[in-house]
Unconditional design. Structure first.
Length: 82
């Protein structure tokens, strides 16, 4: 089953997305840097914490406010501009 899934991914995904070592000037290369992985960890922890917060207080206005704030903070953390 796993080999079938890999075949489907290899058939659908472009070459640069399958590569684990993209070219130096390619935009996809940032995903393999240590700093980006650390930022992704921060975002994962942020979403886990906000999800738990939403489960504790499941009122729609609160969930929407926390969700929108979490989306904004995720974009801020993962922004690649200097």
């Amino acid at each position: 089953m796993l080999s079938y899934w890999r075949w489907v991914c290899a058939w659908i995904l472009p070459e640069w997305r399958r590569s684990q070592a993209p070219q130096a000037d390619h935009f996809h290369r940032r995903r393999f840097t240590r700093s980006y992985r650390v930022k992704r960890g921060w975002v994962r922890n942020l979403w886990t914490g906000s999800g738990l917060l939403m489960l504790v207080n499941p009122q729609l206005p609160f969930v929407l406010a926390v969700g929108l704030a979490t989306i904004f903070l995720s974009f801020v953390l993962l922004d690649e501009t200097e």
